[in-house]
Design a protein around this ligand. Sequence first.
Ligand code: PLP
Length: 399
Amino acid sequence: MSSELLAVDGGLPVRTRPFASWPVFDENEERLLLEVLHSGDWGILSGNKVTAFQERFAAFQDARFCLCVPNGTLALELGLLALGIGEGDEVILPAYTFIATASAVLRVGAKPVFADIDLDTYTLDPEAIPAALTERTRLLLPVHLAGRPADMDRLLSLAREHNLRLLEDACQAWSAEWRGVRVGAQGDLGAFSFQSSKNLTAGEGGALVTNQPELYERCWSLHNVGRVRSGAWYQHELLGLNLRMTEWQGAVLLAQIERMQEHARRREQNAGYLIEALSQVQGLEALPVDERVTRHALHLLILRYHPEYFHGHSAAQFAAALSAEGIPVSQGYVPLHHSPAIRSTLMERFNIDPADTCLPNTEWAAEHTLWLLQNVFLGSQEDMDDIVRAAVKVQNAWR
Ligand SMILES: *Cc1c(COP(=O)(O)O)cnc(C)c1O
């Protein structure tokens, strides 16, 4: 079979046009930002934008309470502090995630214990949790990776059974649903991110959601230098931090959230079309559908890559070839048990090297995964066709 010269080898790329740009904004962001500017209420103590967004986002995530903070990393840290997780405690989490999931645990003095992921979901495998439990385990910290909820049925029942708290890393899961209920407040607390790449963004930003009034009050106090709501200005009851979000972020988020439904629909449509079309490319597969995931937030579309269908070329080589064809594709995370920062801290503090942890699925994922980012799905069906054309072109060239 004749094949075209690949762009990595000097051929013409399938595509030179960019994909849909991100972030998206219009006069609504402008109007709300100018309102903040002219009001002079630039902080939450006098302004109303963050407060309005908190109410909106709590309702959006099926939660009773929402508290905004400067970013998702600090949302995780604040959540751990509020739950009383610290020195002597162990937290079970996946290694296939962003560094903040584990670094937040180390920042509060607790020990992260990595458990393997399920390769059909790329989220924490409930089957792997019992072996990671010790008498010091206090918290389960699943990640709703890519915008797909982890198995909340099993995680909630494990938490109940072993008397553990549950903090959801929902930093990629705005609008994601498990059995018709949005994630975040299904466990004790859920942490969200509004960083630049995220589907809901203010450049930076984060939030915690919960259904528990006492936990919300504790988060509120810790994020506002230990004040209590009914107390005096210089009355500090807890040792807290200043994690108040600015009104600028609140203004942008209020405008951004209005686009969530329409964007979600478009991403779902394009991703569905792409998954269908990719079935003609053997060796490149989307994850199986789970009926209990009633909404996938599609921050990422994860594809499993099988080198044997590409003449042994690695996922890294495929990603490089596809990128040269004009398709922005990522290889995903370096798992955290191999992260120099996490390894050296665990070795110093606990004298263990997490790289020795047996996490076969996580290791497999590190070598066989491709990601397409959310903004790719905000364009047209022709954009999806280009992705398929490029994948077919590379596969044919490597036959
Ligand atoms: C983005 C992200 C975070 C951290 O959020 P920031 O707002 O960037 O600090 C944490 N966990 C996961 C899974 C993320 O994707």
